[in-house]
Design a protein around this ligand. Structure first.
Ligand code: GTP
Ligand code: MG
Ligand code: ZN
Length: 289
């Protein structure tokens, strides 16, 4: 069996909290790794040495299965994309950009629609269920859907992502009240979140799961979703592969495009194709500069 190594829970200011068989050890990075500009991420597996004073040194970062820049996290099995229809309302484009990023890294997603006590999200849920993504309707306020969420993440290493204020930390508190994570107030004006969570941290959950709470994002990194690859990151396009009139069709405004025909028939969700087109245009802008 391959060595699993110890798990990095968080890193703040050059100090890394490492889970070592039931206890956590605060470690520094060995000079050789620091000089090579190697920085461990929460979720990384590492080899450590515990010194006589109880502190530790990270000797080696084991190879990564995958890594995200934002949220900064590695070796995730499922990305839990938290969104809400109110206070704050999530732009579906943000959801679709995250699903595309997850697809580009071969990571599963869960669509977690929170705050359903404020505004129902059934229609939005239908959009993602039509794509084939597991989708849960939730309320951290009433507890609706939380058992289903617990079952879904059991035994997995997952990361919660989503715009600030959608209730990532609140859902984690519902799943495991002992965590007592700080949650924010939603500002009256604009109903936006306030970036209450400052660092990404992996937390031990029931059922042997680990879940990363992450700060909500307001902007994205210019993480490269390449134009040529984009159409493969929308799974609902796959049934139409090879069915367009032109080989290598990018499913953007050309005659005889099977994806656009499916869109016109309502088989492909308009918001999903709009997000695809927006990502496609952004990628072509990047390519020009
Ligand atoms: N009504 C209602 N309020 C909720 C729900 N979930 C969270 N909230 C409230 O929304 C606010 C923001 O929640 P947080 O859990 O801090 O949101 P977050 O996603 O962790 O935000 P950041 O850490 O800033 O990224 C808090 O006032 C919560 O009490 C919900 O399901 N219903
Ligand atoms: Mg938070
Ligand atoms: Zn096409």
């Amino acid at each position: 069996m391959a060595e699993r190594g110890r798990l990095i829970l968080k890193g703040v200011g050059g100090f890394y909290t490492v889970w070592d068989d039931g206890t956590s050890v605060v470690c520094k990075l060995r000079g050789r790794l620091r000089l090579a500009h190697l920085r461990p991420l929460p979720g990384d597996r590492v080899r450590i040495r515990v010194l006589s004073d109880g502190s530790g040194l990270i000797d080696e970062i084991l190879p990564r299965q995958n890594a995200f820049v934002r949220p900064p996290v590695a070796n995730i099995e499922t990305l839990v994309i938290v969104a809400a229809r109110a206070e704050p309302e999530t732009d579906p484009f943000l959801i679709d950009r995250m699903t595309a990023l997850a697809e580009s890294k071969g990571i599963g997603v869960l669509i977690a629609l929170n705050k359903t006590d404020l505004k129902p999200a059934d229609k939005l849920a239908d959009v993602y269920r039509a794509v084939g993504y597991p989708t849960i309707l939730l309320s951290a306020e009433t507890g609706a859907g939380v058992d289903e969420l617990a079952q879904f993440i059991a035994g997995k290493v997952v990361a919660f992502t989503g715009n600030s204020g959608v209730g990532k930390s609140s859902l984690l508190n519902r799943l495991r009240p002992e965590l007592a994570l700080q949650v924010g107030e939603v500002s009256r004006r604009g109903g936006r979140g306030r970036h209450t969570t400052r660092h990404t941290e992996l937390l031990p959950m029931q059922g042997g799961a680990w879940a990363a709470d992450t700060p909500g994002f307001s902007t994205f990194d210019d993480e490269s979703l390449e134009q040529a690859q984009l159409r493969d990151l929308f799974p609902e396009f796959r049934p139409f592969e090879g069915a367009c009139r032109f080989t290598g069709c990018h499913h953007i405004g050309v005659a005889g495009c099977a994806v656009l025909e499916a869109l016109a028939r309502g088989v492909i969700q308009p918001s999903r194709h709009a997000s695809y087109a927006r990502l496609y245009r952004a990628a072509s802008e990047r390519k020009r500069f």
